[in-house]
Design a protein around this ligand. Structure first.
Ligand code: MSP
Length: 641
């Protein structure tokens, strides 16, 4: 009996809509689950949503909803996207569920009563003073900041001073190191494993287990004045969802006796590879078996994150290509495990090449010849055709090659090997030119070629099923097959189709595409049009913009640029430099001392070689320009909303 396979994705923050970054991990987990099931293994696939923390509370407030209402509403975006992508998870865990809360309490209690290997309390109280970025939901150090801002969220972290409970992470690091080095905790790819081992060598300190001033979260089981730190809450999802607190049988099956595999990108490696194993060890629970960290991708060279950059909504890709092709395209852009750039304008070309030309053509050419020469029924097999032996060998070897690649999480390589068989099938078809044999009356040989090609298609329909679940089933229907033979065992042997079976292709499976409107797919940000044609923003889009009152402290002309002034501004708790195109309207003396309104969460820019960290607002008509200023005596730093 093989151990059950348990695979998870990160639980996604609900303060945003799903984008293709989230889809990438989730499709990968779906693929692995389907593949392991095909190979006869029991599998459980968990995904879900991370619903607590200041970030979600802020988004709920901006949307004018209670936190719970906001979460109930936004999780639907994830569920819908996963449905549209034909993702079939077995569990969807929400951190606001009662089941999850019970598990968080259970692990907190277990950690609270635990001792470190050298006999100290795992959990201790202390005071924390540090810079907290709500965007990352983590503490940052001065070193992490760029121009005083969190580089990932372009926002100033808050200075937090409060009583916290701490988790003595440092005491567990030597044991975690051992587990990683012995591969008891297998971290892949190797480069990420080295990164984690490198982190252990640095003094990463303990972490705070709770927060005092945050309002949306799970109260600690042993001190209701504190809420569990969102990461402690979130990581526990991996066991709460399978019964850690309420279903021993299920928990033993999937966690204790199963193979637990976490998938994610490198942004959250430290939490998963260090905090999580340490929490589990403290609580006396087995650590995960494998953690695979895939690459982070950009879109047209730009970072894609919740707060910044371009985003692609997976639903838009599904509308353009359908679920199967979207899954295929996302997984084949670059190796699973390395960073890469998604260029949607390449999708059509790749679709046409791999799916329309290679697979689609093979199926339609074979089906057509079967129809015209064999009465639409699968002909008998016939051996000793040139190139046939090699093709059969390649096909029969393929399942174990695919299996090996998937064991290593080389999803893209596994797919490429399957497409190679399709290409080999096409080559065999072309080289043996069955259409000529028809004219020459060599019907047996002709039948043998078509039979061989149908076998190739059958094997491909099994192996590609985890990537293209719907199309694979359509493919199988062409061959008169249902799900009863949809398993890896059936892919291991050639000549499994019954001669005489009806072969029928109603319409092309992968019709060629000309172009797509990639502009419609990349959102930056998405505009909705009202009747008069104006762009309308969602409120949540507007709410992302942070405006503040600032006072100009100093101003000077930018050399060689007639229109620019370099300003030093006071934002109450920080000073910044911005470059503004107002020099034709204001002299440095006129603008100094003025109160202005500034957009404070823009990406820093370099204008004429000078850093500009914000943008002032001005009203303009024709040749007139005036600064937008607060009507009243507000201090610098006041929020504008
Ligand atoms: N809520 C935390 C995770 C808690 S898990 C206990 C979180 N959520 S998230 O919504 O920000 O999701 C991060 C994950 O989304 C990444 O680890 C990755 O799986 C996926 N991706 C998000 N953006 C991505 C890219 N640009 N590229 C690839 N994957 C990306 O962190």
């Amino acid at each position: 009996m093989r151990t059950p396979f348990y695979v998870t994705t990160p639980i996604y923050y609900v303060n945003d809509r799903p984008h293709i970054g989230h889809a990438y991990t989730t499709i990968a987990a779906d693929l692995l689950t389907r593949f392991h099931r095909l190979s006869g293994r029991e599998a459980f696939f968990l995904t879900g949503t991370d619903e607590h923390g200041s970030k979600v509370a802020e988004a709920a407030q901006a949307a004018g909803l209670s936190e719970q209402e906001f979460c109930d509403r936004t999780i639907e975006y994830f569920k819908t996207a996963w449905k549209n992508l034909s993702i079939e998870y077995d569990g969807f865990i929400r951190t606001t569920s009662e089941r999850h809360k019970k598990a968080v309490w259970k692990i907190l209690d277990a950690m609270r009563s635990a001792k470190t290997p050298d006999g100290k309390d795992v959990v201790y109280t202390g005071f924390y003073e540090g810079l907290y970025c709500t965007g990352c939901e983590k503490f940052l150090t001065e070193k992490d900041l760029v121009n005083g801002l969190c580089p990932d969220h372009n926002r100033k972290p808050e200075l937090v001073k409060e009583k916290n409970y701490f988790f003595r992470l440092s005491a567990f690091l030597p044991a975690i190191k051992k587990k990683i080095e012995s591969n008891e905790l297998l971290i892949l790819p190797e480069e990420r494993r080295r990164e984690v081992l490198g982190l252990i060598e640095q003094d990463i300190g303990d972490f705070s287990l709770s927060r005092e001033k945050v309002k949306w979260g799970i109260p600690l089981s042993f001190d209701k004045t504190q809420l569990a730190y969102v990461w402690v809450d979130a990581l526990t999802n991996y066991i709460s969802a399978i019964g850690y607190a309420d279903d021993d049988k299920s928990f033993s099956k999937w966690w204790k006796n199963g193979e637990a595999v976490h998938l994610m990108a490198k942004d959250i490696l430290k939490f998963h590879c260090l905090y999580w194993p340490a929490m589990l060890m403290a609580a006396g629970v087995k650590t995960p078996d494998k953690i695979f960290i895939h690459g982070f991708f950009t879109v047209d060279g730009e970072k894609m994150s919740k707060s910044l950059g371009k985003k692609i909504d997976p639903n838009d890709l599904v509308a353009e290509f359908g679920p199967d092709v979207t899954r295929y395209l996302l997984l084949t852009q670059f190796p699973f495990g390395t960073d890469g750039d998604i260029q949607v304008n390449r999708f059509v070309r790749q679709y046409n090449s791999d799916l329309a030309n290679d697979l689609g053509n093979l199926v339609s050419r074979v089906a057509k010849l079967v129809e015209t020469n064999c009465g639409g029924k699968l002909p008998e097999s016939f051996k000793n055709i040139a190139g046939q032996k090699e093709l059969i060998e390649q096909a029969e070897a393929l399942p174990s090659i695919v299996y090996k690649h998937l064991e290593q999480f080389s999803l893209d390589k596994a797919i490429a090997e399957i497409i190679n068989l399709v290409k080999a099938g096409n080559k065999f078809f072309n080289d043996s030119a069955p259409w000529k044999l028809a004219k020459e009356g060599k019907i047996k040989e002709l039948g043998g070629i078509l039979n061989t090609c149908c076998e190739v298609i059958r094997i491909v329909s099994i192996l590609l099923y985890p990537v293209l679940p719907n199309k694979a089933r359509e493919l199988r229907r062409v061959l008169g097959l249902d799900d009863s033979t949809l398993n890896i065992k059936n892919a291991e042997n050639f000549f499994a189709l019954k001669p005489g079976t009806k072969i029928e292709l109603e319409k092309a499976l992968f019709p060629r595409l000309d172009t797509m409107k990639s502009d419609a797919v990349i959102a930056e940000p998405k505009a909705v049009h009202n009747e008069s044609g104006n762009n309308l923003l969602d409120f949540s889009e507007f709410a992302k913009m942070k405006l503040k009152v600032a006072q100009v402290l100093k101003a000077e002309k930018v050399e060689g640029a007639d229109k620019l002034l370099k300003l030093e501004i006071d934002l109450g708790d920080e000073k910044r430099q911005i470059v503004a195109g107002v020099a034709e309207f204001y002299t440095p003396e006129q603008i100094t001392g003025k109160k202005i309104i500034v957009v404070v969460n823009l990406k820093p820019a370099r204008i004429r070689g000078i850093n500009s960290n914000g943008m002032l607002l001005a009203a303009k008509k024709g040749k007139l320009l005036a600064l937008v200023t607060p009507d009243g005596d507000l201090p610098p730093g006041a929020d504008v909303s």
